[in-house]
Ligand binder design. Structure first.
Ligand code: SOE
Length: 373
């Protein structure tokens, strides 16, 4: 099996999730390449070496530009804060390397278009890691909708609720500043929610949004005795209409006390309905409007059967999987995309469309007006 040599930029939460994703592919799937964890790049050499040793990266590098210059690296895995995505992705494309980019694609649609243009010009594979598409229950929802099991879609109700900012002592980190994060949960969590809305229902025709800041000042990470201004929203509500006429509501927040990583959707159609909750990720609830009266009710499908996409690679039915498995699915699918000479969904073109929806929501948040897409 031919080697595919990976260079990863970033070694925190997503660096760990991606390292695990690459490492597990050959144990549970049959990828067309053997992924080689060649070089891990980050600023902090000591932490970086510990990360490389733990996850099996052969080398470390503290200057990402040197990774781009190497002709023994085939893929650049961008596991960096959002504001660093565009520059590194464009450099990777110009160096002829395939790009596995963590979500959201970047902070502006202008940057996203430049990323896509560079990747298309270079003819490299590009992908934005909206990992939730590759949860087996979400893949099943996609199959059921495509098979017409819901009929005409009336409503999409999405939410991505976390609670890590309910703590007033959480420091002012990069996710709370506009120039580094783009926006608050609207970008970080809303990009996931809009991706699933695009994937399962379709494109938006218009969007209206309202934001809220619950906490205006936070302790500085560098000196907790000082405080700094929170520059982004703490929560954002969106509502809109899809081009196919369905209606959407989407809630994103880091103040849903008790909700740890609750990404959910509800889809209501003429023939049935589906609901999913990431905190119970192996289950998909299905209401079949064609059921005989004595069987009416939501069916609770445990998505672990052999016939369920991805699930059949892991364990026997009923032996559930977790958050990290969707990253293995994405890494495996990415290698097949390279072999077949195509991009992987969602690619940078889809990443642009997500950012355009979020920019429309941000504009609506500022003006109060409904924004057409
Ligand atoms: C936010 O806390 C976050 O880490 C997102 O950035 C990830 O995309 C999501 O998968 C988990 O939560």
């Amino acid at each position: 099996m031919e080697d595919l040599r990976i260079g990863i930029l970033g070694h925190r939460f997503m660096g760990r999730a991606h390292s695990n994703g690459w490492s597990q592919t050959t144990k549970f799937f049959d990828p067309p390449y053997k992924p080689v964890l060649q070089v891990a790049c980050g600023r902090d050499g000591e932490d970086l070496q510990k990360f490389a040793d733990r996850w099996g990266w052969a080398e470390i590098e503290t200057d990402w530009k040197r990774v781009m210059e190497r002709d023994d690296i085939d893929v650049i895995d961008i596991s960096l804060p959002t504001f660093m995505h565009a520059e590194t992705a464009i450099a990777a494309a110009e160096a002829g390397k395939h790009i596995f980019c963590e979500k959201p694609i970047c902070n502006t649609s202008e940057q996203a278009r430049a990323m896509q243009a560079a990747a298309e010009k270079a003819g490299v594979v590009h992908y934005v890691n909206h990992n939730y598409r590759r949860c087996p229950a979400v893949a099943l929802a996609k199959r059921m909708i495509d098979d017409g099991e819901l009929g005409e879609i009336y409503h999409w109700r999405g939410a991505y609720q976390q609670s890590w900012l309910v703590n007033p002592d959480h420091p002012l980190d990069w996710k709370l500043k506009k120039d580094t994060a783009g926006a608050g949960p609207l970008w970080d969590l809303g990009s996931h929610a809009v991706d699933l809305a695009h994937y399962l229902v379709g494109d938006f025709a218009n969007i209206t949004s309202q934001g809220k800041q619950f906490t205006e000042e936070r302790p500085l990470a560098s000196d907790p005795s000082k405080t700094g201004k929170v520059e982004v929203e703490c929560a954002a509500l969106m509502m809109g209409e899809f081009k196919n006429g369905a209606l959407a509501t989407i809630e994103t927040t880091r103040y849903a006390t008790g909700r740890r990583n609750r990404h959910t959707f509800e889809i209501y159609g003429s023939k049935g309905a589906l609901t999913w909750d990431m905190e119970d990720m192996n289950r998909l609830k299905f209401f079949d409007n064609g059921s005989p009266e004595h069987l009416v009710g939501f069916r609770d499908i445990l998505v672990t059967e052999r016939s369920h996409e991805y699930a059949n690679a892991w364990w026997p039915p009923g032996h559930i999987i977790g958050y990290e498995h969707a990253f293995v699915h994405a890494c495996n699918d990415f290698m097949h995309a390279i072999k077949e000479g195509r991009t992987l969904d969602p690619d940078f073109a889809e990443g642009i469309r997500i950012i355009e929806v979020l920019e429309a929501a941000l504009k609506s948040m500022e003006t109060g007006a409904r924004v057409k897409l």
